[in-house]
Design a binder for this molecule. Structure first.
Ligand code: ADP
Length: 532
């Protein structure tokens, strides 16, 4: 057949080339750990990325080599992503909040050759250097005055560089899941998967990014590929505001000074912002869209943000899904819904963008109807979903039709909205029926005086398991167990009500801010619930 279309490999450097050419003057602002602010733009990021690519090649780095970062959000970290990927390397974002053993395991498993790190993490570097067996070069992003660092490393290079070409199916990025169980596992993204994922993200029903966007992503660049924002934002030509410091006061000030319209982060970030607002009366004035994901966004949080006039998008995903799986966007009949119905909808995890497919199956693998009732294991497939973990000799982690089992328990509503009801290992199994620990927790944090709550299943002689609710009180609050139960009584089914409410000073979290349920289950394994 005569005729046809052009083709090019979907490689990530095309994104930064586009940003430089079409939106070169859109700024990338960085607030640093020492309290200073620097400003560059997409043209500057592109130029420095080419200089970094040259510098890495001068060190002997080859395509496919892993270049690691241990860093917060700032423009040099962004340069590192594009520079390492541009020379054909694989950027490996290491999460500095992991435990030492995990940090040692991950860098050795990844066989990282270079580590670019923030001075704030110098103690980690000093402590673990001897155990990291493959890292040959250490470069500090923000060295102390007089010490050599990142800028010196790229200084000798002129940026006259052509990105390494290759297949769109070459790897470009490596992220480890934080491993709430067992060793962390590596997810190896390809240029193509990152590119297609980013293209989907720009859409109004996902991150709604454009050249008018001023984004302050609070989600760290070391967590789940920073939700793909460094790629999608560059595609859209958004202005970026990065903060290496995650304090609500700093974030709020930056949001107002730079007129930030879009932000994204896990729920705990917004809890901290509310505390700041309550304490100071200052609030982000220009925010239009806040994306919450990584754990379920509590209803009370969504309601409060919406009452501030901010659209809330609730995202679900995982490192294995690049990470966006679903996103809540206003449906066609949004304006016809009451405020409560709108909040109810946002509290669910949203719908899939074009590119990925979802289904829910029962334990026997039979697909469940999309009736909003039938819960089961959530499975996902598509070109930005994992096929096999990095260097995992046990083979592919998908079934014959490409479905990846997420380990989450969910229902799908007739409108296509997915609702996570639990992680499969966290559901509380009471008398053969399932109680959602997530729903209990989210309801509990709406109770006045409750700062945070965790629900776990504890052994019960008759029901097998019954819920124990662990509660952290807000500072100065004196809420009682009876008040919590009373508050919950019209929010969840009666048989879901916790058998006991215990007040604790704090709850353990994973490196990505999620409740560490494994630790809680171990701690309360032999706990005896009161007999009624
Ligand atoms: P980790 O934090 O362990 O590295 P991920 O960031 O990949 O791993 O976490 C993915 C998991 O987080 C999902 O499988 C799901 O259980 C949970 N999760 C993510 N977003 C949501 C959400 N909006 N609601 C409920 N759970 C969520």
């Amino acid at each position: 057949m005569l005729g046809g279309m052009q083709d090019f490999e979907l490689r990530v450097p095309r994104i930064i080339d586009h940003a430089e050419r079409e939106n070169g003057r859109r700024e990338v602002v960085s607030y640093w750990a020492d309290g200073t602010t620097t400003r560059t733009d997409w043209a500057g990021v592109a130029r420095d990325a080419r200089r970094l690519a040259q510098a890495l090649e001068a060190l002997g780095m080859k395509p496919g080599d892993r270049i690691a970062t241990l860093a917060m959000n700032h423009s040099r970290h962004l340069v590192a992503w594009y520079g390492a990927i541009g020379m054909g390397g694989v950027i490996h974002t290491v999460n500095p909040r992991l435990f030492d053993e995990q940090l040692v395991y991950i860098a050795n498993h990844a066989e990282d050759r270079v580590l670019l790190y923030d001075r704030a993490f110098q103690p980690i570097v000093d402590r673990l250097r001897g155990q990291w067996t493959t890292i040959e070069h250490y470069i500090c992003f923000d060295p102390a005055d007089g010490d050599a660092g990142f800028e010196d490393f790229i200084a000798a290079h002129d940026g006259d560089y052509r990105w390494v070409e290759g297949s769109e199916r070459d790897p470009c990025m490596l992220c480890y899941t934080s491993g709430t169980t067992g060793n962390p596992k590596g997810v190896l993204y390809t240029h193509r998967s990152s590119m297609i994922h980013a293209m989907a993200e720009v859409s109004p029903s996902v991150f709604d990014l454009s050249v008018q966007t001023v984004a302050l992503p609070i989600v760290p660049m070391f967590h789940a590929a920073a939700w793909g924002l460094p790629f999608a934002g560059a595609m859209a030509g958004a202005k970026f505001v990065y903060s290496a410091v995650n304090e609500a006061a700093v974030l709020c000030r930056l949001m107002n000074e730079e007129k930030v319209t879009h932000s994204a982060g896990v729920p705990t970030v917004w809890l901290a912002m509310f505390q700041h607002i309550d304490a100071t009366g200052h609030r982000p004035e220009h925010l239009r869209l806040v994306t919450i994901g990584g754990s379920a966004a509590p209803r009370a949080m969504i309601e409060r943000l919406m009452k501030m006039g901010i659209r809330v998008s609730h995202a679900w995903g995982m490192t294995e899904t690049s990470p966006i799986g679903t996103m809540g966007a206003p449906p066609a009949d949004w304006d016809g819904l009451s405020f409560d119905e709108q909040v109810d909808l946002v509290a669910k995890q949203g719908r899939v963008p074009f590119g990925v497919e979802l289904r829910v199956v029962d334990d026997a693998g039979a697909e469940q109807p999309r009736d909003g009732q039938s819960s089961g294991r959530l499975q996902i497939r598509g070109p930005w979903v994992i096929r096999q973990y990095f260097q995992d000799s046990s083979g592919e982690c998908i079934d014959a039709e490409g479905w990846f089992d997420t380990g989450d328990v969910a229902v799908i509503h007739p409108c296509g909205t997915m609702q996570i009801t639990d992680r499969s290992k966290d559901v509380i199994k009471s008398g053969g029926e399932w109680i959602s620990s997530v729903e209990l927790e989210n309801a509990a944090v709406g109770c006045p005086g409750v700062q945070e709550a965790a629900a776990i299943g504890v052994y019960h002689p008759k029901w097998d398991e019954r819920p124990l609710l662990l509660v952290v009180r807000k500072e100065g609050a004196d809420v009682t167990a009876e008040q919590v139960i009373h508050y919950l009584s019209d929010k969840v089914a009666k048989w879901w009500l916790p058998d006991e409410v215990l007040f604790v000073d704090g709850l353990p979290h994973t490196a990505t801010g999620k409740l560490l349920k494994t630790a809680l289950r171990a701690q309360y394994h032999d706990h005896k619930l009161p007999t009624v």
